[in-house]
Design a protein around this ligand. Structure first.
Ligand SMILES: Cc1ncc(COP(=O)(O)O)c(C=O)c1O
Length: 470
């Protein structure tokens, strides 16, 4: 089953094969130890479960779901899995890029980002004006570029990085890719699905080098209270721990009573020179394909990251994308309209889920468009349900992609779609998908996938499914 998927997906995506690296393999003799650790990590590409794994399990082929070689689901599917804004970009940004597409604008190396974009990102994304030589912003290839360059710059082999579990999948696997060790803090009802300074303090060891504060938190959409950010900033400063504050989901305020605070903006109250801040436009403005993001921090730290970036991908950021980014960040009407829309979608989803047996939303999102559904009480795993939902043309992502906590219980849902009927359709088919999965029809296929994948997390998922069999 899994090898069918690997071979059919590799027609479209050359690196997609699933499975860990066998002991003594040829690859292991050539690539770095950190890369082998990454290839064996349960959240590495191909290793976690997602809707793609369902393709052969329901008797389809990749060409059936990805028409014309574009690895994006065809329109008959609703992709609620990846965290791209499905509200779509502002018209103003698309027009700016159309008008800006000239020979002169595509034929040069754009040096980092436009001055005006730098100033705007500093204020709008990080809540602090630029002060050259003190606090500055550089462009990156999306917020993801900011993660990669920062981890490469600050982390030594063996350093520990404190990360929430569940959390955005690439924090843990990126730490592993650079030789560091992710140390999880479980997000549960006990901490109200957000970091506390006490949790962080307990997780600190002499090897702790970095704390990731993803705020708003992907996947729950919860926000750190201002007071806790101040405590965390002080605590990490005392311990020489770099804070990586990823605020990329701050574009849409779903709960009007909650205010998200970028940590860089706290510079008058606490030391902030140890805080690196990242954001992008994929979520706030539906501009994922332009690959424009931002990294901000104290000037010396920014220079260090920019120097590393120079040797890896050089210092150039998509210029046409920058023109779109600038127009988007000036478009207040877009932010107001998209926020209102997402609030409506969030309410629709939360209300509908209350009436579905066995499904629970552990906490309502306060910002962004990501939420978790807990399906534990349905008696099926999130992985089996992912397959049954995909058969009904709904793509979601199960918990094992995001951590150990809730690995078989959580399904993450992106509720940003511009077509509200899509969210209605999802909640309409959910009970039927649960009933089908409850018959156990996908159990063996899911077990087979994790057997092939051979990670400890996979084994726990197998054990979990087996224990439900009785
Ligand atoms: C927390 C977080 N950071 C970074 C990214 C990647 O964003 P970008 O497209 O700006 O690289 C995502 C995408 O899901 C995310 O959720």
């Amino acid at each position: 089953m899994t090898s069918d998927l690997s071979s059919s997906l590799s027609r479209l995506i050359p690196y997609w094969g699933a499975g860990t690296v066998p002991e003594g393999s040829t690859l292991g003799r050539y690539v770095s130890a950190a890369t082998i650790d990454l290839l064996n990590h349960p959240q590495a590409i191909g290793n976690h479960f997602d809707y793609r794994k369902a393709i052969p399990m329901i008797g389809l082929d990749v060409e059936d779901v990805y028409p014309n070689g574009r690895t994006a689901l065809s329109d008959e599917y609703t992709d609620l899995s990846y965290m791209v804004s499905q509200y779509g970009p502002p018209e103003s940004a698309v027009n700016a890029m159309r008008e800006g597409t000239s020979a002169a604008n595509v034929g040069f190396y754009p040096p980092d980002i436009l001055q005006s974009l730098r100033e705007k990102a500093a204020i709008k994304k990080f809540g602090r004006p630029r002060v050259p030589g003190e606090f500055d912003v550089i462009g990156t290839e999306g917020a993801q570029g900011a993660i990669g360059y920062t981890f490469l710059t600050f982390l030594n082999h063996g350093d520990e990085v404190i990360i929430t579990d569940p959390g955005y999948m690439h924090f843990a696997s990126c730490a592993v890719a650079v030789g560091a060790t992710p140390v999880p803090i479980a997000l549960t009802e006990a901490n109200n699905y957000r970091l506390t300074a006490a949790d962080v303090e307990r997780a600190i060891t002499p090897r702790t080098k970095m704390l990731v504060v993803c705020d708003p938190i992907n996947p729950f959409g919860t926000v750190q209270p201002r007071e806790s950010l101040l405590e965390i900033a002080r605590l990490c400063h005392e311990h020489n721990i770099v804070i990586f504050n990823n605020t990329t989901h701050s574009g849409h305020q779903i709960d009007p009573s909650i205010q998200q605070v970028p940590m860089a903006s706290l510079y008058n109250e606490v030391p902030t020179e140890h805080i690196m801040s990242a954001s992008g436009l994929s979520k706030s403005h539906g501009l994922a394909a332009i690959r424009v993001g931002f990294l901000a921090g104290s000037a010396a730290f920014i220079k260090a990251v920019a120097s590393v970036r120079m040797e890896i991908t050089k210092i150039h950021i998509n210029y046409i994308g920058q023109l779109g980014a600038l127009a988007a960040m000036q478009d207040e009407a877009y932010v107001a309209a998209s926020t209102e829309w997402l609030r409506g979608n969030a309410k629709l989803l939360a209300d509908a889920v209350k009436d579905i047996d066995g499904v629970r939303q552990p906490i309502a999102p306060e910002y962004g468009f990501s939420t978790m559904l807990d399906v534990a009480e349905t008696g099926v795993t999130a992985q089996e349900l992912t397959v049954a939902l995909f058969k009904r043309k709904q793509a979601v992502i199960p918990g094992d992609a995001l951590g150990d906590v809730g690995a078989t219980d959580y399904v993450r849902v992106n509720f940003s779609h511009r077509d509200r009927g899509r969210i209605e359709r999802f909640v309409d088919v959910l009970p039927d998908a649960i009933r089908e999965a409850q018959k156990g029809v996908y159990r063996d296929a899911v077990i087979d996938f994790f057997r092939h994948q051979k990670s400890q997390r996979g084994q726990r998922i197998i054990d979990n499914i087996e224990s439900r069999r009785g």
